[in-house]
Each structure stands twice: as C-alpha cells, then as structure tokens.
Design a protein around this ligand. Structure first.
Ligand code: TXA
Ligand code: MG
Length: 339
C-alpha cells in the first residue's frame, strides 16, 4: 500500500509533479472531489479505473483549466458551443462533443468517438490543471459509493490507493455536474441532471431543442451516458425514501427497536429528534440547493452508524430538487418506505 498524502493549497506544485509522474491525485472541484490523472498518459488513466474499481466501458470527463482549450481536441461542433462555454464555464456543466481522431486513448473515451469536457469552477483545480495539462477526473470515490464532497471522504475510499488528496474544504454544489450531449445539431440532450438546469439552457438558447435523455423520463430506457446505468451512490446501510414527511411517525412505529438515521430538513428533524438514533441535516426545509449539497455527505455520515437510513424526498421542480432526487432514486434503487 502506498502512503496517501494530504496536501494543502500551498502544495499544488507537489501535486502537479505527482501527476506529471503518472500518479493519481484527488483534487477539489465545486461539484465533488475528482480523481485526477493526466488525460495524455494512458497508463495513468488505466490506474484510475483500477483505484476506483470502475467498469472499463464508463468513459471519463476531461477537465480543462479554460474553455478555449477545448477547440484543439474537437471535430465539428454547433455554432452555439461558444455561447454555452461563455455562459457556463467554469461551472458545473460537462459537454459531450465529437472528438478529432487520435486525440485521447480509448481508456479516456471508452472507445467512443465523442468525449466529455468540463472546466471546474475552483481555483485550486484550475491552478493544478494549468500546471499539468488536461486531467481526467471521475468522482474520487470507490465505484458505486456516494461521491466525495470532502477530502476525508476521499480518504475513506481511496487511502493507500492514490498518491495524494488536495484538501480544499467542502464542495459547494455537492452533486456531480450536469452532463449534456452536444453531438446532434440543433439539439441539447441532458444526460445527467446537476447544477445547470434545463431552464438555464433554454433561457440561453431559446431557438435550440433542449430535451432530457429518455432514461430520465422512462426508467426502462438505457441511458446514453454509460455511467448512468450502474447502481450508484449507495451507502452500505439500507436506505429508503420517505414519500411524505407524514410517513415518518408510522415508520418510527414500524421500525421500533431498529436504529434509524434520518436524512432530512431541520424542521422535520426537530419534530422527531428524540425518537431516532441519529440524523444529518439537509438544511432549511425550503432550501433545495443546500439539500443537494448535503445529500452525499449525509449518506456517508450515517453509513454504518445506523441500521436503516430514511431520506426525505424533494417535490420541487427546480434543478437542485431534480438533481437531489436523481441521486436519491439511484441510492435507494427507487425504494420507498411503505406503511
Ligand atoms: O462533477 C463532475 O462531473 C465530477 C467532477 C470531479 O468533475 N466528475 C464526475 O465524473 O462526475 P464521473 O466519471 O463520475 O462521471 C462522468 C459521467 C458518467 O456518467 C459517464 O458515463 C459520462 O459522464 N460520460 C463521459 N464521457 C461520455 C461520453 N463520451 N458520452 C456520454 N457520456 C459520457
Ligand atoms: Mg462518479
């Protein structure tokens, strides 16, 4: 086992050198922590799959330090790409584009002729990528576990398997970036919901057709982003959704004697605090952005401490409620507490 160093923001040069040497370094982004390796070093990219236990048909996102860098790698693109990049990069948006031939190895792209790109909105990440060149960076968790929003989460999963993690505090968005497919002309397809919503894209480009990938509408469809087909984001402890806040008293009766961990807003927690074993706050009831930011941290906090996690569902139509529910559906396998 190697020693995994915990680096501070003043040690970016050490991290950059490790990456240039073909090693793996986790770094903070505004969404979740990424597991970085040089996109141009095939051996290093292979190590990423191994460290995470990631299926090899699940392609990676290439992270750049500035939007203008993307053009050297891509083939034909829509004339509104510039507008999207100007509006949303740096930020929580990943764009799938047609690739020029012989740009990245098949370990980066999963053998597809397209590639996902993103410019993270985080100073440390940008500084690191400026020094190293393009980095692949999947979320820095063991495949299937909740994505890491703090350096300590990265160490829970990958201590001894990677060279270092740069500690940049808590990730602000807390769920992974929105992924859009831009390989079809005049159409933007949302493959994974996140911090940039359908409404943001429609507002920017009212003349373009913005749609959701079929699997986000009908469960039986195969997702276009290969990674979305895997069971994801689950703690080891069983987790169920609470359809209604009012279901909670009944759940406490049904599960009498079982250690329950509640993942919910402050108001709900305050009502039942004395009757449950432990809880993790998703913030104020009306704050879906905060809830999305806390979801993964909450799953990790309660995992292994309790027998059963009960998680609040969000009913809102806004982008953060949708991103939250997408991740929670995957974590629970779609299972609700049933009275
Ligand atoms: O917020 C994020 O995007 C984080 C941070 C670290 O930047 N990264 C992240 O990476 O979530 P990862 O590898 O966990 O998720 C990448 C997603 C997967 O669902 C993958 O299948 C999809 O993007 N993807 C990658 N390349 C693709 C392509 N060419 N076509 C369609 N989907 C692609
Ligand atoms: Mg991931």
């Amino acid at each position: 086992m190697m020693e995994t160093r915990r680096l501070t923001n003043s040690e970016i040069d050490i991290a950059a050198q490790m990456i240039k040497d073909g090693q793996l370094v986790s770094f903070p982004t505004e969404t979740v922590y990424g597991l970085g390796a040089s996109a141009l070093n095939q051996d290093a990219v292979k190590k990423v799959y191994k460290a995470k236990g990631r299926p090899s048909d699940n392609p990676l996102i290439v992270h750049l330090s500035q939007g203008s860098d993307v053009y050297q790698y891509i083939g034909d693109y829509s004339n509104y790409l510039d507008k999207i990049i100007d509006a949303f990069w740096p930020g929580p948006l990943t764009i799938v584009l047609k690739l020029k031939d012989n740009t990245f190895s098949k370990d980066v792209t999963g053998g597809l002729n397209t590639c996902a790109f993103r410019v993270p909105n985080n100073k440390l990440a940008q500084e690191l990528i400026q020094k190293t060149g393009p980095l692949v960076a999947p979320s820095a968790n063991t495949s299937g576990k909740p994505s890491p929003t703090m350096a300590k989460h990265v160490l829970e999963d990958l201590n001894g398997k990677i060279s270092a993690v740069i500690d940049g505090g808590s990730a602000k968005v807390g769920v992974e970036s929105t992924v859009i497919d831009l390989t079809v002309d005049n159409q933007i397809t949302i493959l994974r919901p996140g911090g940039i919503g359908k409404e943001d894209l429609v507002n920017l480009l009212p003349e373009v057709n913005v749609c959701l990938d079929n699997h986000l509408i009908k469960e039986a469809e195969t997702p276009k982003a290969p990674g979305m087909k895997y069971k994801h984001y689950s703690p080891n402890t069983k987790i169920l959704m609470l359809g209604l806040d009012d279901d909670l008293p009944q759940a406490l009766i049904n599960y009498d004697g079982i250690k329950i961990g509640l993942l919910a807003n402050d108001q709900l927690i305050n009502q039942v605090k004395n009757y449950i074993f432990d809880y993790y706050s998703l913030g104020n009831k009306s704050d879906s952005q905060k809830a999305a930011a806390q979801l993964f941290a909450g799953m990790r906090y309660l995992d292994g401490k309790v027998d059963l996690i009960l998680a609040e569902t969000l009913k809102g139509d806004d982008k953060y409620s949708k991103a939250y529910m997408n991740r929670l559906q995957k974590a629970t396998g779609g299972e609700y507490f049933e009275k």
